[in-house]
Design a protein around this ligand. Structure first.
Ligand SMILES: Nc1ncnc2c1ncn2[C@@H]1O[C@H](COP(=O)(O)OP(=O)(O)OP(=O)(O)O)[C@@H](O)[C@H]1O
Length: 472
């Protein structure tokens, strides 16, 4: 590889290209030791200042006892440290939530910043391809603040110039594995800045029993389960349309029944009318008494019910024209929620072409014009392909429960949802672990939220419907 020159040692020569005639002798400049020491001291000082700036509280913790020791001696320093530790322990016992919020999560965030993220940052970035090692230098995205919440670490990152969010969303698995998390999600915080979410625990791991029926008559947003951050999951049903997609056994029924349960007081008060379309004759037939006359099962009945809903909608629109632009539920003009279980039975698997067209036209009319006049659609389906449900984009809010294929996630939640962490195809098919778990993408936010619906059992449904059966 090296050209041997007369009188020269080949090991001292460097050739840039094998077999080239161009060779050169590397110039070796010896750095004076003092310069190396000055650079090292400078880097250490800069590191200390940076740490003190980023973590002022953590930096004062060793400084204050050290200063007291220096001025008053070690007994004073030890008793000060002991008093502080005792005070913190008492605080943790007396008011745990405030201690955890103000001290616990901050300490945890600092620890995880140092031990997990900073320690592994360079190798994970280089191996995953998000950082570059060029000409002996590392070009790495900058690790920013780490914040701990009850269930996850939120890591702020400044991307390298020229990187895109897609570069990160393509490497979610690398990031999760690299930092020892179960999964990772990415969201754009501001230009060039990302927030990576690494869950530490899963508040949705165990099923939730049906929520208590609310005291107040309300049309929503109705509480139907829990979100990943442990907060109640409230779903807007009035003023929108909701599409729920999930494979068989994914728990679509738990969303439908949780919504109905939360609306019951408003139904009793006459502010909400529930219209049920149950072409599978399974899910909604359980609580049939709740719907009274507004229950349809055969395709003909379903087509008629939908056309009637369209007519209610059009009459209202004619009355409201020029007077009001949004609907306020009243006994005269209640919110009409058309609940359709397995909508594909009506739109795709229906052999009668005429009926299919009538149903599709009515559904499209309701979903395009209904929400302003208080007519909403809550539809569930198993197969989200366009051939099966060509009006899925007319539903502003969508929920993806467990799906069979990864491509189906974007079909339901819209482009890029899976890249942003909506791994609906990874939800467990074991009912205890995965039924009712899903991702929601609301009209107002591109970031999917992981949620779990409460499970409304058959006994709960019977108890909900019983008073209506007796009254009939
Ligand atoms: N939210 C939930 N939490 C825990 N388990 C649930 C939940 N929802 C449903 N399950 C369990 O999963 C099973 C299947 O649920 P469900 O019938 O609602 O699914 P589905 O999506 O409606 O299925 P299909 O499309 O076949 O009707 C239920 O029998 C129940 O045991």
């Amino acid at each position: 590889m090296f050209k041997r020159l007369p009188g020269d040692e080949a090991r001292n020569l460097v050739s840039t290209t094998p077999d080239t005639a161009v060779v050169f002798r590397p110039a070796v400049v010896t750095t004076p030791a003092i310069l190396t020491i000055v650079i090292l001291i400078w880097r250490m000082l800069a590191g200390l200042v940076r740490t003190a700036w980023r973590h002022p509280i953590a930096a004062t913790v060793p400084v204050i006892p050290g200063a007291v020791w220096y001025v008053y001696g070690w007994p004073a320093s030890a008793s000060l440290s002991g008093t502080v530790v005792l005070a913190l322990i008492s605080w943790a016992f007396i008011d745990r939530p405030s201690f955890v919020r103000l001290v616990g999560y901050r300490l945890l965030a600092w620890w995880r910043f140092v031990w997990i993220y900073r320690r592994h940052w360079q190798p994970v970035m280089i191996v995953s391809g998000l950082g570059r090692h060029l000409k002996g230098r590392d070009y790495l995205p900058i690790l920013g603040k780490v914040t701990c919440t009850s269930w996850a670490d939120l890591v702020t990152v400044r991307m390298l110039k020229g990187q895109a969010v897609k570069d990160w969303s393509d490497r979610l698995d690398h990031l999760a594995q690299g930092f020892g998390a179960r999964s990772c999600r990415v969201a754009l915080a501001s230009s060039g800045r990302l927030i990576l979410t690494f869950p530490r625990s899963d508040p949705l791991a165990s099923p939730m029993p049906a929520l208590p029926i609310p005291q107040e008559a309300t049309v929503g947003p109705v509480e139907i389960g829990r979100s990943e951050d442990g907060q109640p999951w409230r779903l807007k049903v009035h003023g929108t349309h909701v599409l729920v997609a999930g494979a068989t056994g994914a728990g679509k029924g738990s969303i439908i029944w949780s919504v109905i349960r939360a609306l019951l007081p408003a139904v009793r008060a006459g502010l909400v009318e529930l219209w049920a379309l149950d072409p599978k004759l399974m899910e909604l037939s359980y609580g049939r008494d709740l719907f009274g006359e507004r229950y349809a099962a055969t395709p003909e009945e379903c087509a008629e019910a939908l056309e009637e809903a369209v007519s209610v909608m059009q009459k209202r629109a004619a009355r409201f024209a020029g007077l009001q632009r949004s609907h306020v539920p009243t006994v005269k003009d209640p919110f009409v929620l058309v609940v359709v279980d397995e909508v594909a039975f009506l739109t795709a698997y229906q052999s009668d072409r005429g009926l299919r067209q009538r149903i599709s036209a009515a559904l499209a009319t309701l979903t395009t014009q209904g929400r302003a006049v208080g007519v909403g659609v809550l539809a569930a389906l198993q197969d989200p392909r366009k051939e099966v449900m060509n009006i899925r984009n007319l539903f502003p809010d969508k929920i993806a429960l467990r799906l069979d294929e990864s491509e189906q996630v974007d079909m339901v939640l819209g482009d890029g949802a899976r890249d942003r962490g909506a791994l609906a195809d990874h939800i467990s098919p074991v009912p205890e672990l995965g039924a009712g778990v899903g991702y929601v993408r609301l009209e107002t936010s591109p970031d999917p939220i992981r949620v779990r619906a409460a499970y409304v059992s058959d006994a709960d449904i019977r108890a909900m419907a019983a008073p209506y059966g007796e009254a009939a």
